[in-house]
Design a protein around this ligand. Structure first.
Ligand code: F6R
Length: 369
């Protein structure tokens, strides 16, 4: 039941600290190694893999886009991400040395299922990341890593998405460990950081009221809303836009911040609301590049809603509203950055009087192609 929440979706947003913690549970052995017992594919075989292909639909696809950055960075194995519906019908190049990772909350999505059947016919190995015990996709895969989000009832995925990212990260670290790309201490440090995320997600939730206020204010106008991000913030932007489309029926679009100049900036007008996910300040120049993007869109009149790490002073001058995110490394930032965007969509749809859990035209699991 909804336990006092108005919607399952809102309840599920607030369950995310626990969902992430549960997905991380019991992954570290006494021998000082990351263990994924469910991955019943031999280490020898996983060492031979020379390509990884992630296939999924919708939010699960965006989780896969996030994971690609981490998996390639940690394993140095080329990793592609593709929509299941595209993958299946274009004669993709896969063979026994390809590892296919499929991501599906329900485990019943028809396009994803067809994609893995096709992959297995080409003798690729398939690992499913799934939230539903015994569903068709895990049954038809070589191995499964279950996300432990608990049942997700709201049609719009929230805790499903976050736990998918976490499970992909665990798999990426496991592959890096097996392939000798990362060693004990380094992996332990990354697992420690993952384990610190539930508290950080909780802090975002504790401070969510200003996001709700913004949503209620914005429910009165019918503007299109844009989302910008870069690196792992790019799929977060796409996910933020998808949430808004699904439940608030608003025109929303996510862009890669670096693509602004290549076309997207033309749609920015006086008053256009733009959410921007700013990477943490770090060694690379990502942060500064995104800050200059904010400056550019602001100069064209955009109303900027900036999600940035707490203590980031570079952004404040260009933010009409600032949403502070707890500090974490770039790769883990999606786990906190997605949360205000989910909450924003939920509150805005509520204020518009929509049925948040049962949005029009959508089903929880899409069992037809
Ligand atoms: C978005 C959403 C959908 C699903 C997609 C895949 O909020 O719920 O886009 O993510 O239909 O579903 P699963 O993960 O069940 O394969």
């Amino acid at each position: 039941e909804k336990q006092g929440y108005d919607w399952f979706m809102r309840k599920e947003i607030f369950e995310q600290p626990k969902a992430v913690a549960d997905t991380l549970l019991g992954r570290w052995s006494d021998r000082g190694e990351l263990v994924l017992d469910e991955v019943r594919i031999s280490p020898e075989e996983l060492r031979r893999i020379n390509k990884i292909v992630i296939v999924a639909c919708g939010s699960a696809f965006y989780a896969g886009m996030v994971a690609k950055y981490a998996i390639e960075h940690w394993t140095r194995v080329a990793c592609e991400v593709e929509l299941a519906s595209e993958f299946r019908y274009r004669d993709p190049i896969i063979d026994p040395m390809t590892l296919v990772i499929t991501i599906s909350q329900s485990g019943e999505t028809a396009d994803t299922l067809m994609a893995i059947r096709h992959a297995r016919e080409q003798h690729a190995r398939v690992i499913a990341i799934c939230n539903t015990n015994g569903a068709t996709i895990p049954r038809e895969s070589d191995a499964v890593i279950y996300t432990h989000a608990g049942p997700e009832i709201g049609v719009a995925s929230t805790k499903g998405f976050l736990t998918q990212v976490v499970a992909c990260y665990l798999l990426g670290l496991y592959l890096a460990q097996i392939r000798g790309m990362k060693y004990g201490d380094e992996i332990r440090a990354l697992v420690d950081e993952l384990e610190s995320m539930p508290d950080k997600i909780q802090r975002v939730l504790d401070g969510i009221e200003p996001v709700y206020e913004l949503a209620r204010k914005m429910a009165r106008d019918e503007d299109a809303v844009f989302f910008l991000g870069r690196h792992v913030g790019y799929p977060v932007a796409l996910e933020g836009a998808l949430k808004l489309k699904e439940i608030a029926y608003l025109h929303a679009e996510g862009f890669a911040a670096g693509e602004l100049k290549h076309g997207a900036i033309a749609v920015v007008e006086e008053g256009t609301p733009v959410f921007v996910v700013v990477p943490p300040e770090g060694r690379d120049q990502l942060h500064d590049k995104v800050v200059s993007n904010i400056e550019e869109i602001r100069a064209r009149g955009a109303r900027t809603i900036v999600l940035a790490e707490e203590g980031d002073t570079a952004v404040s001058a260009f933010a009409d509203m600032l949403i502070s995110l707890p500090r974490c490394s770039t790769l883990l930032q999606p786990l906190v950055a997605a949360v205000p965007l989910q909450a924003f969509a939920c509150e805005l749809a509520t204020a518009k009087g929509h049925d948040v859990d049962q949005p029009r035209n959508l089903a929880k699991s899409v069992t037809v192609e």
